[in-house]
Design a protein around this ligand. Sequence first.
Ligand SMILES: [Zn+2]
Length: 247
Amino acid sequence: MPLYRDEAVVLRTVKLGEADRIVTLLTRDHGKVRAVAKGVRRTKSRFGGRLEPFMRSDLLIATGRSLDVVSQAASVGSYAGPIGADYDAFAAANVIAETADRVVAAEKEPAGRQYRLLVGALAALARHAHPSEAIALSYVMRALAMAGWSPRLDSCVVCGRGMAREGDLWLSMEAGGLMCASDHTPNSRRVSRAVVDRVSALLRGDWSAVDAGGGDAAIVADAARVVEEWSAYYLERPIRSLRWVDS
Ligand SMILES: [Zn+2]
């Protein structure tokens, strides 16, 4: 079987037979890959813990007829340790991995920018650079934007006029962004300017603005709901692991 070498992050794993697993990987150069890891569930597996979720490893993979097979794995970044030791970081990593799996739908189509975004988010979680929930929500908005689903937050999607700094605004998932008071449709939802500003900061990865706005629980919670609704609409069903955000 022909071999290829690539760097990858493990997005999820499912059991296969007695001792094996199928691992879903986002790779740097080959996009999303599903591969069999033989014997990985044995205590003395040669892979050690290197094929667990959120691990970043350098892999040697054999091309198979249906599924590829992982032949060797060497650890690159040990994000999994610090992430697994912290409940919020672990929950956020689940959101990030599930989102990456859904946003990169096709297998074996290069997705280098998505890979770099994923690695950056997991590294930020592992070093607790910002609150875990904000890292996850920012990742979701940026991964969706990279896939072509970026909300228009500076002007009305109907009339194109810039949005007022004061007063309530409306956001339409279907129409892809903000609507002004005269154009808003019945299925748009009301949002405050502060919530729009927070969603915009998450989308831009503007961490000084995100961290500065972290103190207002109502704004933080409503911005999280906007991210949840936006992702559910464009991914066509909710991100299951995002539910923790509401609790
Ligand atoms: Zn308008």
